[in-house]
Design a protein around this ligand. Structure first.
Ligand SMILES: *Cc1c(COP(=O)(O)O)cnc(C)c1O
Length: 355
């Protein structure tokens, strides 16, 4: 006899990670191309001598550092094994089978998978023709069964970011018992002053007595720690407590905690790297526009090429030139901004695409 797993797992799509091919340039996973800073590597190496011990399950020191940096009480900061795990914890903490999660589509690939794994229903709200979240349609999609709305800004994979007035108007429209999760995995790459800081927006909402706004951030992207798995949520005390209830003990490992703190120590250096990536983003987008591609304005460390039916051919063409992009076949290609030479290799591939 074979083990009986859940019947609904058969229909569940697998998360497709960006490909890694030896010798090729990987611009498929929104990682930072530059390796970890020497100070961060040293902190990890030093901590390696103590890995016979369990990590601090509450990540007390890291939580205290983040609480200081963000100006929120420690009880309102929750770390997780990557912010993707925090997405899952938020759905687990708010939904059972009959409940619904609302998110834009296309958006972060993990939302539909997580929602299905937890066993909740999902409503996908199409993006606007400008590849932006359609907040009015998302608010309209909320029903009495909706418990959580994911708002990814800047949006993965289109790079578009929401403006202050739009987010405020949206939150006003969401019933106060429905959790709005602002996923800011790419916050550090934002350079438009009209794009609000989600944590500041959340604080304003809490001050006004609404506890239904939470923010997710990660050390995987701007801080360059994708391989170690650590992110955090900033939420109202009640939501933060619910998150801790569904936490798998010791989920954030000891090396990740130490590396995150060392990265906060080196924040100035890491943010300078982000600014260089933002400058490259403008250059890459400019050259793509000049070459005739449609490219929505991006506030993240990647650009989106809505190539539709030409996406698969574009992907093959780039692969043949040893550049790995992230193709969503039939829809578009997301290309991470890397080091200048990597971007040049991609631009050469894109410009020679005749699809
Ligand atoms: C990359 C990403 C995350 C997840 O990052 P972790 O590595 O799990 O911290 C979360 N949300 C979005 C939109 C992302 O693109």
């Amino acid at each position: 006899m074979t083990v009986r797993t859940r019947a609904d797992l058969v229909a569940l799509p697998a998360y497709v990670p960006g490909k890694t091919i030896p010798g090729a340039i990987k611009l498929a996973s929104n990682e930072v191309s530059a390796g970890p800073l020497p100070s961060v590597v040293r902190a990890i190496a030093d901590a390696a001598t103590a890995v016979n011990r369990y990590p601090d399950t509450a990540a007390t020191e890291l939580v205290a550092r983040l609480s200081d940096k963000l100006g929120v009480p420690t009880e309102q900061v929750v770390v997780g094994c990557g912010s993707v795990t925090l997405c899952q914890q938020l759905v687990q903490a708010t939904c059972t089978e009959a409940d619904e999660v609302v998110f834009a589509w296309r958006s972060f690939e993990a939302y539909p998978i997580i929602t299905a794994v937890v066993g909740a229903q999902q409503t996908r709200v199409p993006l606007t023709s400008g590849h932006e979240l359609d907040l009015d349609a998302m608010a309209d999609a909320i029903t009495p069964r909706t418990r959580l709305v994911f708002v990814c800004t800047p949006n993965n994979p289109t790079g578009t970011a929401l403006r202050r007035a739009d987010i405020e108007r949206f939150i006003e429209r969401v019933p106060s018992d429905v959790l709005v999760v602002i996923d800011e995995a790419y916050r550090e790459f934002v350079d438009d002053p009209d794009v609000p800081d989600g944590v500041e927006s959340a604080k304003e909402q809490w001050a006004a007595g609404r506890d239904n706004v939470a923010v997710l951030r990660t050390f995987s992207k701007a801080y360059g720690l994708a391989g170690l798995r650590v992110g955090y949520a900033v939420a109202s005390p009640a939501v933060a407590e619910a998150l801790r209830k569904v936490y798998v003990p010791f989920g954030v490992n000891a090396l990740a905690q130490v590396a995150a703190m060392a990265s906060l120590d080196a924040e100035a250096e890491l943010m300078a790297r982000c600014r260089a990536i933002v400058a490259e983003r403008a250059r890459v987008r400019g050259e793509l526009l000049e070459a005739g591609f449609e490219v929505p304005e991006s506030q993240a460390n990647f650009v989106w090429l809505p190539l539709g039916e030409r996406t698969a051919a574009f992907n093959e063409h780039c692969l043949a030139q040893k550049v790995i992009v992230r193709a969503f076949v039939g829809d578009g290609a997301r290309v991470t901004i890397g080091e200048p030479e990597e971007n040049n290799a991609f631009l050469a591939a894109a410009k020679s695409f005749a699809g």
